[in-house]
Design a protein around this ligand. Sequence first.
Ligand code: GTP
Ligand code: MG
Length: 236
Amino acid sequence: MLFTFDEVLFRSALTYHHKIFAMTELNEQQRRLTIKLVYYGPALSGKTTNLTRLHDLLAPQLKGDMMTLETEGDRTLFFDLLPLGFTAPSGLTIKFKLFTVPGQVAHDGTRKAVLSRADGVMFVADSQNNQIYNNGASFDNLVTNCGMVGLDLSRLPLVVQFNKRDMPDILSEEEILSRWSQAPWPVHFASALEGSGVLESFDALLGKVYDNLTPEFEFQTVHQLSRAEFIAAVRG
Ligand SMILES: Nc1nc2c(ncn2[C@@H]2O[C@H](COP(=O)(O)OP(=O)(O)OP(=O)(O)O)[C@@H](O)[C@H]2O)c(=O)[nH]1
Ligand SMILES: [Mg+2]
C-alpha cells in the first residue's frame, strides 16, 4: 500500500518521535511533569514568529534552543519546538514543549501528529481581511483533527490570537470580538513581528492550562504553586 508524503511523515512521527510528541507525562521517579502546547493556525499567520518571540522574551530556569525542523522560506514543513521549564517549590520539575504545526493545507498528517496529546492550543489567526476564509478553514481543520486524535475540544485549554495587527487592511477589533462573541475561548490581539501581545496571549493559555491540570496535579496544595506563580515561573 502506498502512502502520501504526509502520511509517511505522520507515521514516522508517531513511531520515531513518540517521546517528542508525548503529552502531560508525570514521571514520578524523576519528579518531572511535561506539558505540551501547540500553536495552530493557517499558513503564514505567524505561529513560528510567536515561538521565536517567546524564545527571545522568556527567561525561565530551563530554556532550550528553538528547534526548527524543515522549512522552505517562511514555511514550516514539519514543526518548530521550543522547550521551557522550571522547578516548583515542591521539587517537581515542570517542562513545557511548545510546538508549531505547518499551516499549509497539504501538511495535514503532520498537523495531526503534532496536535496529538496536546495539553493546550494557541490558535493563531491572521487579522488581514483577505484571510477570513483561511482562518475559518484552519479552525474547522483544528476541530476535525481534535476529533481524529481524540482531544475533547470542549475541555481543551484554547486561546485565539489575532495576529498581524500592524498590517493594513485588517478586521477591526470590534468586528473580530463580535464574530467570536458566541465562542467560549478568549480572544487576544498581537503583532508577533514586533512582539506585542505575544506574552499576554501565552499567559492566558498558561492560566487555562493551570486550571485544567490542577484537579489532577494539585499544583497549589501539593506543589505550592499558585496560578500567578505558575505563569510567572514560565516567564522567568
Ligand atoms: N507584519 C507582520 N508580519 C508578521 C507578523 N507575524 C508574522 N509575520 C510575518 O509573516 C510571515 C509568516 O510568519 P511565520 O511565523 O513563518 O508563519 P507561520 O504561521 O509559522 O507559517 P507556516 O509555517 O507556513 O504555517 C513571515 O514573513 C513573518 O515575518 C506580524 O505580526 N506582522
Ligand atoms: Mg511556521
